[in-house]
Structure formats: C-alpha cells, structure tokens
Write a protein that binds this ligand. Structure first.
Ligand code: BDR
Ligand code: CA
Length: 314
C-alpha cells in the first residue's frame, strides 16, 4: 500500500482525485491538506469535507487547513470560471458535520513526514504553498519522505494560464521554487501528460452503466460537475472533454508504470513579466544533476479505464 497525504484546492478535478484516492485499493490516506487555489481556502476546505462524505471516507481521516494566500503575492488568484462559483460547478452537496483538525497543514505535513519517513508519499494537486511552508519549518523533511508527486507545470506542452505557465505553479511560483530546490525527490505530472488524459461524454456513460449499488450518487455528482468542466474547457480549449489533471497525479503515485518519465533539472521562473510560473528544464545540468522525474508520456486509456473501474466500485 502507498501511504499518502493529498493536498487539494478542491475544485472539480480535485474532487475526482479525492473520490479516487479514497476508493482505490492500495492507497492508505494519512490525511488531506487544503489550500487556496481554484477557490478560496474556506471554500476549498468545505468542498473537501463534503466530497469526503460523498466518498464515505472514514470519519477519523484528518483534514488540515493550510494557506489562505500565496507566500509573497498579495492576492490569491482563483479560477471560478473553470470550476464554478463554489468550485464544484455550482453543484450543492449536503451539509457536513466533518471538521478540519486543529493543526495547520504545514505542521501536519512536518509531523507526518517525521513519523513515516520514506513510507510517506506526498501528492500535491494545488499550489505548493503548504509544502513550502512545511519545508521552511523543517527543511529536513525533504530528505525523509519517499517522494512528492505533484500535478503542475509543463515541460514541452503550452501553459494553461499564460503561454508558458500552468495554474498550480503560476498561482504561487515562489512556493514552487522552494519545493523544486529543496532536494525532495519529485515526480512532475504536468500538462505534458494530463492534457492527453481526457475524460469524454462516453466515459461518463460508461461510469453510470458500471456504477455499483451505493456508487450511483457519486456517479451522478461526477456527471454534474463534469458537465460544467466540459463547457469550461470547450470555451478555453475548443474541445468538449475533461483533462483528468489531479486524478492522474494520484494514480501515478500508486502506479508509476502509467507514465514514462525523463530526468530533468527543473527551475521555476518566479518573476518574468510573460513567463512567471514557467517550469524550465536546465538541460545543461542533465543527466548529472537533476531534481525531477518529469512525466512525458502516459498510457491514457489504461488509466481512464482503471479510473472508471475504481469510481464505479461500491
Ligand atoms: C490544475 O489547476 C487546477 O485548475 C486544477 O485543479 C489542476 O490542479 C490544472 O492546471
Ligand atoms: Ca487542483
């Protein structure tokens, strides 16, 4: 089993990643941490708690709230135009009695990294702010944890917020810089692979057909939020489908054979007027000094089939 802390900014594809992480055999969730990103910290946390209810996650699963804003930038940039006014395409989930724990996400990460060491995999599918804060508190965790799998960045693919920057890096480039320079073993699941992993209308139909007793409400939720996401991607990218950005990162943490990786020395542009948030490979440094396994190809159909199978389970 892979023991995971999953950091989210719940949003539509984060919700899918949460459902997948709770339901997949082979994943033991140690906790969820939340941050601002697609929506505010408060909204992302509320969405996370409600999605955990829907997923029937154990009541004792810790949820720790983290950063309300990026490290140095003054204002968080949210993305309601992609994820809907409440981050879930306007879908209202039932009220929840779950509560976040009384510990900051960064402290939670530091504590768990020291407790579990190599056994722990960090999966980040939002801004890297909570991890940068954790590294500031205890830089030694970089050498202790097994690996960080992050959804973010783009190597050869274009950006999705600017010509060169992907949203999770662009939203807090300073945090990303700290993480990439920390020495932590990193797998970067960026737009090079997530844009090739697109859920289509027919996959939703398949999910609804296969949904076991008890998974129908989840399937209906997934259909509703994806309808919103499909339309947003059609407006933005001209295709009617949903890249499975965040779920793919969780899946790669569980099964690295889904992707082909290349070793790169990734650096983050923190200040450029046109290029802030870009993840650049310093190809002069490879292969001797690298800091990241960058995913460059993915077995997309195999992943989507497996994703649907897991979500259709009771
Ligand atoms: C990433 O940005 C967010 O909108 C998604 O949830 C995903 O984590 C894709 O660039
Ligand atoms: Ca996300």
């Amino acid at each position: 089993t892979t023991r995971i802390i999953l950091d989210v900014d719940t949003g539509i594809d984060d919700a899918l990643a949460l459902l997948y992480a709770v339901k997949a055999d082979g994943i033991q969730l140690e906790g969820i941490t939340t941050g601002m990103g697609n929506v505010s910290l408060a909204q992302a946390t509320l969405n996370t708690l409600q999605v955990l209810d829907l997923a029937n996650a154990p009541a004792e699963l810790p949820v720790a709230m983290g950063a309300e804003r990026p490290l140095f930038r003054r204002m968080p940039h949210t993305a309601e135009f992609i994820h809907g006014p409440n981050g879930l395409g306007g879908f209202e989930l039932p009220a929840t009695t779950r509560k976040p724990i009384d510990e900051h996400a960064a402290d939670f990460i530091v504590r768990k990294a020291n407790e579990l060491g190599r056994e722990l995999t960090l999966v980040f599918v939002g801004r890297l702010t909570n991890l940068a804060l954790a590294l500031a508190k205890d830089p030694s965790i970089a050498g202790k944890v097994g690996r960080l799998v992050l959804m973010g960045g783009a190597l050869d693919a274009p950006g999705n917020v600017t010509p060169v920057a992907e949203a999770n890096i662009w939203g807090d480039p300073d945090a990303a810089h700290i993480v990439f320079e920390s020495g932590m073993p990193i797998t970067m699941v960026g737009l090079d692979v997530t844009m090739k992993t697109v859920m289509l209308e027919r996959h939703i139909e398949q999910l609804k057909r296969q949904a076991a007793d008890g998974a129908e409400a989840q399937a209906a939720f997934i259909e509703a939020i994806l309808q919103f996401y499909f339309r947003a991607y059609e407006r933005q990218n001209g295709f009617y489908g949903s890249p499975l950005h965040d779920p793919l990162a969780v899946a790669v943490a569980l099964d690295p054979t889904l992707v082909r990786t290349e070793s790169h020395y990734i650096r983050v542009e923190t200040r450029g007027e046109l290029s802030a948030g870009a993840t650049l490979s310093d190809r002069r440094r490879a292969p001797s000094a690298t800091n990241t396994d960058v995913c460059v190809d993915v077995e997309s159909e195999r992943f989507i089939e497996q994703f649907i199978r897991v979500l259709a389970q009771a």
